[in-house]
Write a new protein. Structure first.
Length: 441
């Protein structure tokens, strides 16, 4: 039996609100991914509800994005920001709130797509209560890999590793967003469970439709400036310090008219605010304050302009399961210099759409950035090839179609299983006692 009717599905992203402003603390790729696939799946015929946790009292409970796509903010604990490392304790309340929403609205979701390990626990708990549910999971970050790169593993670390393992082994399907992430799951989490590789995507209409010269004019960036751009959250794992030190080296090596733009939001006193202060102090200490700009959070009105205006987009992360920023830059015809890690090894083709350098290698980053800044013709060739690569492989529309096919296949398999349980094969022995039949059901 293959289902043809698209159903009501729930995307669960406890820690990444799809309706949030992107670029601030803990709001990054996961939020963008959930929102984009949610909207795209809805336009492809699914009824999509995206669940997250309400983390500010002024937030509306429901945000309708499109007729068939909305964000639902469930009350689970105080309506305030709670960091991911301490959110686990609130998950049972999230499950209760989800169940009561389902009951009140008389909706029965047939498929859950959970995001990040915290939501995987929610999905597994919902499945325990309702075993017919199909669960698809995307990690967005793997504890087993992340913890290799940091010295201060949080107390919740061992719980996270255990949940990630159970999830991989028991959900209907785990989506890896790059071959590298798939390999990491197998080598560091478990060899059991079903995995399918479906990459992340980007908006190929929004990015790539303005020239460098026009974008610079709109942003007031001199046409002669050699401009390197960072876009993302302020998080030590993102390696912004490597970029700043690399630019200082380029300057020492004689590159002129250098400009460094570090885009991303932060709120004073929060973790990303602390990282931003640290980066600003390094910029100051290296005598780079004149050439470095912090425009703050880049929103829908100007993000595409910054990507288009840059000569090179730099992604110096220590670990990146996929990385939306590199494909956004490539979609904007801007070459990428990135760390030779994770999903960047999949999205960036060295010497064709950008360059890859070992993480934290300041010399290596300086050399790679210099090579691109010194050769505008090559820069443009890399940029064109990047745009083509994104158009072919990484549009949200294509990504959502793949996910939709996967959902249909899993729902069909689940329906088959249910019907074969409901209709025993003719030769199956009849239950002898009524009591036994009840126990089996
Ligand atoms: N972003 C944004 N404005 C900013 C900073 C970041 O819109 O000021 C977006 C960026 O364009 C990308 C996402 O946040 O879509 C970051 O995703 P990525 O996968 O690169 O990193 P993550 O945040 O998941 O670690």
């Amino acid at each position: 039996m293959f289902l043809t009717q698209k159903r009501h599905i729930a995307l669960i992203s406890v820690s990444g609100d799809p309706a949030a402003e992107i670029g601030q603390e803990e709001a990054g790729g996961q939020n963008v991914y959930v929102r984009q696939i949610g909207e795209m799946l809805a336009s492809q015929g699914w009824q999509v509800d995206m669940f997250t946790r309400r983390n500010a009292p002024e937030q509306p409970m429901i945000v309708q994005h499109q007729p068939n796509c909305r964000t639902i903010r469930l009350q689970a604990g105080p309506a305030e920001f709670i960091g991911r490392d301490v959110l686990f304790d609130y998950l049972p309340r999230f499950v209760e709130a989800f169940q009561s929403f389902q009951r009140q609205q008389k909706i029965s979701y047939s498929l859950l797509h959970t995001h990040y390990w915290l939501s995987s626990w929610v999905g597994m708990e919902l499945r325990r209560q309702q075993p017919s549910l199909v669960q698809v999971h995307t990690y967005h970050s793997l504890g087993a890999i992340k913890y290799q790169a940091i010295s201060d593993i949080p107390p919740i670390g061992s719980k996270r590793l255990a949940v990630e393992r159970t999830c991989l082994e028991t959900v209907s399907c785990t989506v890896a967003t790059s071959p590298q992430e798939q390999e990491h799951m197998r080598s560091h989490v478990s060899t059991q469970g079903h995995v399918q590789m479906i990459p992340c995507g980007t908006d190929i209409e929004r990015f790539g439709h303005i020239t460098r010269a026009e974008a610079r004019q709109l942003l007031g960036i001199p046409q002669t400036d050699k401009t390197a751009l960072y876009v993302g959250r302020f998080d030590p794992r993102k390696g912004i310090e490597t970029l700043v030190r690399a630019m200082a080296q380029s300057k020492l090596r004689g590159q002129e008219n250098l400009r460094l733009i570090i885009g991303g939001g932060s709120r004073p006193g929060t973790c990303d605010g602390i990282e931003r202060d640290r980066i600003e102090a390094i910029v100051h200490e290296l005598g780079m304050s004149d050439m470095t700009h912090f425009p703050g959070r880049l929103g829908p009105e100007n993000l595409h302009l910054y990507y288009a205006a840059a000569d090179v987009s730099v992604v110096p992360s220590h670990y990146e399961p996929f990385g939306l920023v590199p494909i956004e830059a490539m979609a904007s015809c801007t070459p990428v210099v990135g760390s030779d890690v994770g999903g960047l090894q999949y999205t960036v083709i060295p010497e064709a759409t950008g360059l890859l350098v070992p993480p934290k290698d300041v010399d290596g980053f300086a050399t790679a950035i210099d090579r691109i800044l010194s050769n505008p013709t090559w820069r443009d060739q890399l940029g064109q090839a990047g745009r083509q690569r994104v158009e072919t492989n990484f549009s949200w529309q294509g990504v959502a179609s793949h996910l939709g096919q996967l959902y249909m296949q899993l729902l069909s398999e689940a329906a088959l299983k249910t019907s074969s349980v409901a209709e025993p094969a003719p030769e199956a022995p009849k239950p002898v006692e009524k009591k036994a039949a009840v126990a089996v059901a």
